[in-house]
Design a protein around this ligand. Sequence first.
Ligand code: GUN
Length: 291
Amino acid sequence: MSKIIDGKALSMSIKEDIKDKVSAAVSAGLRRPCLAVLIVGDNPASRSYVKGKVSAAEFVGIDSPLIELPESISNEELLAEVRRLNEDPSVDGILVQLPLPGHIDADAVLDAIAVSKDVDGFNPANVAALWLGRPCFVPCTPRGVISLIESTGVEISGKTAVVVGRSNIVGKPVAKLLLDRNATVTIAHSRTKDLASVTRQADILVAAVGCPGMISADMIKPGAVVIDVGINRTADGRLAGDVDYEGASEVAGYITPVPGGVGPMTIAMLMENTFESYSHSMVAPGLEEMS
Ligand code: GUN
Protein backbone atom coordinates (compact mmCIF):
# COMPACT_ATOMS: atom_id res chain seq x y z
CA MET A 1 0.00 0.00 0.00
CA SER A 2 1.50 3.37 -0.94
CA LYS A 3 1.97 6.41 1.23
CA ILE A 4 -0.40 9.25 0.40
CA ILE A 5 1.27 12.56 -0.41
CA ASP A 6 -1.00 15.05 1.33
CA GLY A 7 -1.07 18.13 -0.90
CA LYS A 8 -3.70 19.78 1.24
CA ALA A 9 -1.56 19.64 4.38
CA LEU A 10 1.61 20.67 2.54
CA SER A 11 -0.16 23.60 0.86
CA MET A 12 -1.55 24.70 4.22
CA SER A 13 1.92 24.82 5.81
CA ILE A 14 3.21 26.85 2.83
CA LYS A 15 0.28 29.26 3.11
CA GLU A 16 0.78 29.62 6.88
CA ASP A 17 4.40 30.53 6.21
CA ILE A 18 3.42 33.17 3.62
CA LYS A 19 0.74 34.50 5.95
CA ASP A 20 3.43 35.06 8.63
CA LYS A 21 5.69 36.82 6.13
CA VAL A 22 2.87 39.09 4.88
CA SER A 23 1.91 39.90 8.43
CA ALA A 24 5.54 40.79 9.30
CA ALA A 25 5.77 43.05 6.22
CA VAL A 26 2.52 44.83 7.04
CA SER A 27 3.56 45.24 10.69
CA ALA A 28 6.76 46.86 9.41
CA GLY A 29 4.63 49.47 7.64
CA LEU A 30 4.70 48.08 4.11
CA ARG A 31 1.61 47.79 1.91
CA ARG A 32 0.00 44.38 1.39
CA PRO A 33 1.00 42.29 -1.64
CA CYS A 34 -1.59 42.37 -4.44
CA LEU A 35 -2.60 39.75 -6.99
CA ALA A 36 -5.03 40.98 -9.66
CA VAL A 37 -7.19 38.12 -10.94
CA LEU A 38 -8.93 38.52 -14.30
CA ILE A 39 -11.67 36.23 -15.46
CA VAL A 40 -13.48 36.56 -18.77
CA GLY A 41 -16.97 35.06 -19.18
CA ASP A 42 -18.54 32.49 -16.90
CA ASN A 43 -16.97 29.11 -17.52
CA PRO A 44 -17.99 27.22 -14.33
CA ALA A 45 -14.65 25.39 -13.92
CA SER A 46 -12.72 28.66 -14.31
CA ARG A 47 -15.03 30.36 -11.81
CA SER A 48 -14.39 27.63 -9.28
CA TYR A 49 -10.57 27.76 -9.77
CA VAL A 50 -10.60 31.55 -9.44
CA LYS A 51 -12.67 31.33 -6.26
CA GLY A 52 -10.02 29.03 -4.76
CA LYS A 53 -7.24 31.45 -5.71
CA VAL A 54 -9.00 34.51 -4.29
CA SER A 55 -9.87 32.74 -1.05
CA ALA A 56 -6.26 31.53 -0.59
CA ALA A 57 -5.06 35.11 -1.16
CA GLU A 58 -7.50 36.32 1.48
CA PHE A 59 -6.20 33.66 3.90
CA VAL A 60 -2.55 34.69 3.52
CA GLY A 61 -3.33 38.43 3.53
CA ILE A 62 -2.68 39.16 -0.15
CA ASP A 63 -5.13 41.65 -1.70
CA SER A 64 -6.79 40.00 -4.68
CA PRO A 65 -9.11 42.25 -6.66
CA LEU A 66 -11.25 40.03 -8.88
CA ILE A 67 -11.79 41.65 -12.24
CA GLU A 68 -14.76 40.02 -13.91
CA LEU A 69 -15.04 40.81 -17.59
CA PRO A 70 -17.89 39.92 -19.95
CA GLU A 71 -17.54 37.13 -22.51
CA SER A 72 -18.16 39.80 -25.19
CA ILE A 73 -15.04 41.84 -24.29
CA SER A 74 -12.85 42.67 -27.27
CA ASN A 75 -9.19 41.77 -27.58
CA GLU A 76 -8.23 45.45 -27.38
CA GLU A 77 -10.31 46.06 -24.25
CA LEU A 78 -8.74 43.06 -22.50
CA LEU A 79 -5.25 44.15 -23.52
CA ALA A 80 -5.99 47.64 -22.19
CA GLU A 81 -7.01 46.12 -18.85
CA VAL A 82 -3.77 44.13 -18.65
CA ARG A 83 -1.72 47.23 -19.52
CA ARG A 84 -3.51 49.23 -16.84
CA LEU A 85 -2.54 46.59 -14.25
CA ASN A 86 1.03 46.47 -15.60
CA GLU A 87 1.34 50.16 -14.85
CA ASP A 88 -0.25 50.07 -11.40
CA PRO A 89 2.64 50.01 -8.89
CA SER A 90 0.41 48.54 -6.18
CA VAL A 91 -0.15 45.35 -8.23
CA ASP A 92 2.51 42.62 -7.82
CA GLY A 93 0.95 39.81 -9.81
CA ILE A 94 -1.48 39.51 -12.71
CA LEU A 95 -3.34 36.30 -13.38
CA VAL A 96 -5.56 35.91 -16.42
CA GLN A 97 -7.57 32.73 -15.95
CA LEU A 98 -7.42 30.39 -18.94
CA PRO A 99 -9.04 29.33 -21.19
CA LEU A 100 -10.11 32.62 -22.78
CA PRO A 101 -13.08 32.82 -25.20
CA GLY A 102 -12.30 31.79 -28.77
CA HIS A 103 -12.39 35.31 -30.22
CA ILE A 104 -9.61 36.46 -27.87
CA ASP A 105 -5.99 36.14 -28.93
CA ALA A 106 -4.76 34.37 -25.77
CA ASP A 107 -1.12 34.54 -26.87
CA ALA A 108 -1.34 38.33 -27.26
CA VAL A 109 -2.83 38.60 -23.75
CA LEU A 110 -0.11 36.45 -22.15
CA ASP A 111 2.55 38.38 -24.09
CA ALA A 112 1.14 41.64 -22.72
CA ILE A 113 1.52 40.72 -19.02
CA ALA A 114 4.61 42.46 -17.60
CA VAL A 115 7.30 39.82 -17.06
CA SER A 116 7.86 41.11 -13.53
CA LYS A 117 4.16 40.50 -12.67
CA ASP A 118 3.72 37.24 -14.58
CA VAL A 119 3.14 35.05 -11.52
CA ASP A 120 1.70 32.26 -13.72
CA GLY A 121 4.98 32.15 -15.63
CA PHE A 122 3.18 31.94 -18.99
CA ASN A 123 4.75 34.96 -20.72
CA PRO A 124 7.22 33.71 -23.39
CA ALA A 125 10.03 35.66 -21.71
CA ASN A 126 9.43 33.73 -18.48
CA VAL A 127 9.21 30.44 -20.40
CA ALA A 128 12.51 31.20 -22.14
CA ALA A 129 14.15 32.10 -18.82
CA LEU A 130 12.94 28.81 -17.31
CA TRP A 131 14.45 26.79 -20.18
CA LEU A 132 17.69 28.77 -20.04
CA GLY A 133 18.00 28.26 -16.29
CA ARG A 134 17.73 31.98 -15.56
CA PRO A 135 15.76 33.59 -12.71
CA CYS A 136 12.05 33.47 -13.54
CA PHE A 137 8.59 32.79 -12.20
CA VAL A 138 8.21 29.02 -12.21
CA PRO A 139 4.67 28.09 -13.33
CA CYS A 140 2.53 27.16 -10.33
CA THR A 141 1.41 23.60 -11.07
CA PRO A 142 4.90 22.39 -12.11
CA ARG A 143 6.40 24.06 -9.05
CA GLY A 144 3.79 22.32 -6.89
CA VAL A 145 4.57 18.95 -8.51
CA ILE A 146 8.25 19.29 -7.62
CA SER A 147 7.43 20.29 -4.02
CA LEU A 148 5.20 17.24 -3.67
CA ILE A 149 7.96 14.93 -4.94
CA GLU A 150 10.52 16.59 -2.67
CA SER A 151 8.18 16.24 0.31
CA THR A 152 8.53 12.43 0.07
CA GLY A 153 12.27 12.65 0.73
CA VAL A 154 12.87 10.52 -2.39
CA GLU A 155 15.96 11.82 -4.20
CA ILE A 156 15.20 13.01 -7.75
CA SER A 157 18.80 13.06 -9.00
CA GLY A 158 19.69 10.06 -11.14
CA LYS A 159 16.11 8.75 -11.23
CA THR A 160 14.10 7.86 -14.30
CA ALA A 161 11.18 10.28 -14.57
CA VAL A 162 8.34 9.96 -17.05
CA VAL A 163 5.93 12.84 -17.66
CA VAL A 164 2.77 11.83 -19.50
CA GLY A 165 1.43 14.93 -21.27
CA ARG A 166 3.22 17.69 -23.14
CA SER A 167 1.19 20.83 -22.46
CA ASN A 168 2.90 24.21 -22.15
CA ILE A 169 1.30 24.72 -18.73
CA VAL A 170 2.28 21.41 -17.11
CA GLY A 171 4.03 18.66 -19.08
CA LYS A 172 6.87 20.63 -20.66
CA PRO A 173 7.79 22.77 -17.63
CA VAL A 174 7.58 19.78 -15.22
CA ALA A 175 9.99 17.90 -17.48
CA LYS A 176 12.41 20.84 -17.42
CA LEU A 177 12.24 21.14 -13.62
CA LEU A 178 12.94 17.40 -13.26
CA LEU A 179 15.85 17.72 -15.69
CA ASP A 180 17.21 20.61 -13.60
CA ARG A 181 17.22 18.20 -10.66
CA ASN A 182 19.22 15.65 -12.66
CA ALA A 183 16.46 13.15 -13.40
CA THR A 184 16.60 11.26 -16.70
CA VAL A 185 13.37 12.51 -18.24
CA THR A 186 11.02 11.15 -20.88
CA ILE A 187 7.96 13.05 -22.07
CA ALA A 188 5.29 10.63 -23.25
CA HIS A 189 2.14 11.69 -25.10
CA SER A 190 -0.80 10.54 -27.20
CA ARG A 191 1.44 9.21 -29.99
CA THR A 192 3.84 7.33 -27.69
CA LYS A 193 3.99 3.67 -28.72
CA ASP A 194 3.41 1.13 -25.94
CA LEU A 195 2.91 3.78 -23.27
CA ALA A 196 2.79 1.15 -20.49
CA SER A 197 6.31 -0.07 -21.27
CA VAL A 198 7.53 3.55 -20.97
CA THR A 199 5.66 4.42 -17.76
CA ARG A 200 6.79 1.14 -16.14
CA GLN A 201 10.37 2.44 -16.28
CA ALA A 202 9.48 5.46 -14.15
CA ASP A 203 10.80 5.88 -10.62
CA ILE A 204 8.87 9.17 -10.76
CA LEU A 205 5.69 9.26 -12.83
CA VAL A 206 3.80 12.50 -13.48
CA ALA A 207 0.41 12.14 -15.18
CA ALA A 208 -0.88 15.30 -16.83
CA VAL A 209 -3.13 14.23 -19.68
CA GLY A 210 -6.68 15.12 -18.65
CA CYS A 211 -8.05 11.62 -19.14
CA PRO A 212 -9.71 10.02 -16.10
CA GLY A 213 -8.14 6.79 -14.84
CA MET A 214 -5.88 6.46 -17.87
CA ILE A 215 -2.84 5.35 -15.85
CA SER A 216 -3.67 1.91 -14.48
CA ALA A 217 -1.84 -0.11 -11.84
CA ASP A 218 -0.07 -2.29 -14.42
CA MET A 219 1.58 0.84 -15.91
CA ILE A 220 3.35 1.70 -12.65
CA LYS A 221 6.73 0.49 -11.42
CA PRO A 222 6.43 -0.94 -7.89
CA GLY A 223 7.53 1.68 -5.35
CA ALA A 224 7.35 4.63 -7.79
CA VAL A 225 6.42 8.18 -6.80
CA VAL A 226 3.17 8.93 -8.69
CA ILE A 227 1.96 12.50 -9.08
CA ASP A 228 -1.52 12.89 -10.56
CA VAL A 229 -2.11 16.33 -12.11
CA GLY A 230 -5.45 15.39 -13.69
CA ILE A 231 -8.61 17.05 -12.43
CA ASN A 232 -11.41 15.49 -14.45
CA ARG A 233 -15.12 15.78 -13.81
CA THR A 234 -16.79 12.38 -14.33
CA ALA A 235 -20.35 11.88 -15.63
CA ASP A 236 -21.63 11.43 -12.06
CA GLY A 237 -20.06 14.76 -11.00
CA ARG A 238 -17.09 13.36 -9.06
CA LEU A 239 -13.51 14.59 -9.50
CA ALA A 240 -11.15 11.96 -10.87
CA GLY A 241 -7.45 12.07 -11.61
CA ASP A 242 -5.57 10.66 -14.59
CA VAL A 243 -4.45 7.75 -12.40
CA ASP A 244 -6.65 4.86 -11.33
CA TYR A 245 -6.08 5.68 -7.66
CA GLU A 246 -7.46 2.46 -6.13
CA GLY A 247 -5.32 0.19 -8.27
CA ALA A 248 -2.25 2.42 -8.35
CA SER A 249 -2.10 2.81 -4.59
CA GLU A 250 -1.48 -0.96 -4.34
CA VAL A 251 1.68 -0.61 -6.45
CA ALA A 252 3.16 2.89 -6.03
CA GLY A 253 5.45 3.86 -3.17
CA TYR A 254 3.91 7.32 -2.90
CA ILE A 255 0.84 8.74 -4.59
CA THR A 256 -1.11 12.01 -4.67
CA PRO A 257 -4.90 11.85 -4.26
CA VAL A 258 -7.43 13.78 -6.39
CA PRO A 259 -8.72 16.00 -4.94
CA GLY A 260 -6.22 17.01 -2.25
CA GLY A 261 -2.95 16.50 -4.12
CA VAL A 262 -1.70 18.81 -6.86
CA GLY A 263 -4.72 21.19 -6.89
CA PRO A 264 -4.09 22.88 -3.53
CA MET A 265 -0.36 23.05 -4.28
CA THR A 266 -0.97 25.02 -7.50
CA ILE A 267 -2.73 27.66 -5.43
CA ALA A 268 -0.06 27.69 -2.70
CA MET A 269 2.62 28.22 -5.37
CA LEU A 270 0.63 31.10 -6.85
CA MET A 271 0.78 32.72 -3.41
CA GLU A 272 4.55 32.02 -3.28
CA ASN A 273 5.10 33.58 -6.70
CA THR A 274 3.03 36.63 -5.77
CA PHE A 275 4.94 37.07 -2.53
CA GLU A 276 8.24 36.73 -4.45
CA SER A 277 7.15 39.44 -6.89
CA TYR A 278 6.13 41.66 -3.98
CA SER A 279 9.48 41.07 -2.23
CA HIS A 280 11.35 42.09 -5.38
CA SER A 281 9.40 45.30 -5.77
CA MET A 282 9.82 46.15 -2.08
CA VAL A 283 13.61 45.68 -2.33
CA ALA A 284 13.97 47.54 -5.61
CA PRO A 285 10.83 49.60 -6.23
CA GLY A 286 10.54 50.84 -9.78
CA LEU A 287 12.65 48.07 -11.28
CA GLU A 288 9.55 46.20 -12.42
CA GLU A 289 8.63 49.04 -14.76
CA MET A 290 11.76 48.29 -16.76
CA SER A 291 10.59 44.89 -17.94
N1 GUN B 1 -6.26 27.38 -16.32
C1 GUN B 1 -5.91 26.13 -15.93
N2 GUN B 1 -4.78 26.17 -15.19
C2 GUN B 1 -4.42 27.47 -15.11
C3 GUN B 1 -3.34 28.16 -14.46
O1 GUN B 1 -2.46 27.57 -13.82
N3 GUN B 1 -3.33 29.50 -14.62
C4 GUN B 1 -4.26 30.16 -15.34
N4 GUN B 1 -4.14 31.47 -15.44
N5 GUN B 1 -5.27 29.57 -15.95
C5 GUN B 1 -5.34 28.22 -15.82
